[in-house]
Design a protein around this ligand. Structure first.
Ligand SMILES: *Cc1c(COP(=O)(O)O)cnc(C)c1O
Length: 271
């Protein structure tokens, strides 16, 4: 692991593509322990209690066999970016009845039906159309869903999420959707090797959450801040993350370019 990279000057995004593949339960145990140790260390630096940070392992692009190894190593929740891929894996792993699924990527209304059927959490809510589609499908399934509102904190036009100044008005509409339990805000930081620029995104999300929480609509809780991934989760924790979404540092590097998941990932920002 890269324990000697100084947090204050650099993220680990330049490590991209070099995370070793986890191929055994032992590998997963090792990687999970290493990430937990870094979470604890980050919490200690800023006087936080590590139990206030939830690690969400992200299994996108990884095959069923590798998800089973992660489960055997103790993972009971997995994050997936694409609804269809997540749904397929949920079906394939239906025997693991205590495994929960979190959809963390952009949703089109025509896929709301899938998410409503199996997910326990959706972290990328950013439009009323999607809220309406989910509500309708969830009512039909007799289910509820924990949701996070995604905010675009990097200002990159191609990133998903609401602009920060539209979040307050958006939240005011959400009490109408009784199947959606609003838990907090989510963001993807700028994809950059420069820690300070990444940190600004996290600071912005926390500041926004703190302001909005003061007069949040009834029933809307903004306790959670989902921010941080393999390359920057320690910075996110220093800035208040309560959920970190970590894929490659647990599962190993992905072959699929991240541009497939976030249109702007890596554009001139990875050096
Ligand atoms: C893939 C993904 C992550 C995890 O990224 P890693 O680099 O694998 O840690 C986090 N959040 C979202 C929305 C993702 O799609």
């Amino acid at each position: 692991m890269n324990t000697d990279i100084p947090l204050d000057t650099s993220t680990q995004h330049d490590q991209h593509g070099r995370w070793p593949q986890a191929e055994s339960v032992e590998d997963f145990r090792h990687n999970l322990a290493a990430v937990h140790a870094r979470i604890t260390a980050a919490c200690q630096r800023v006087g936080r209690d590590p139990t206030g940070v939830r690690l969400l392992p992200v299994s996108k692009t990884k095959p069923e066999a590798s998800l089973r190894l992660a489960y055997a190593a103790g993972c009971r929740a997995l994050g997936e970016n694409k609804p269809q891929e997540a749904y397929r894996k949920w079906e394939a792993l239906a025997d693991l009845t205590d495994l929960q699924w979190s959809v963390i990527g952009h949703l089109q209304t025509n896929k709301a039906k899938l998410v409503a059927r199996f997910a326990t959490e959706f972290q990328a809510l950013d439009s009323l159309r999607v809220a309406e589609a989910l509500e309708r499908r969830l009512q039909a399934e007799g289910r509820g869903l924990d949701v996070f509102v995604q905010v675009n904190t990097s200002g990159e036009t191609s990133k998903y999420g609401l602009p920060p100044d539209e979040v307050a008005a958006f939240l005011r509409e959400l009490p109408a959707f009784s199947a959606l339990r609003v838990r907090g805000l989510m963001t993807l930081a700028l994809f950059s090797a420069e820690a300070e620029r990444v940190r600004e995104c996290f600071v912005l999300l926390r500041g926004l959450r703190d302001r909005l929480r003061q007069d949040a609509p009834a029933g809307i809780s903004l306790d959670e801040l989902s921010m941080g991934m393999s390359g920057d989760y320690e910075i996110a924790i220093e800035e208040g993350a309560t959920v970190v979404r970590v894929g490659q540092a647990i599962f190993g590097a992905r072959a699929t370019p991240d541009a497939y998941y976030w249109p702007s990932a890596g554009e001139g920002e990875t050096n």
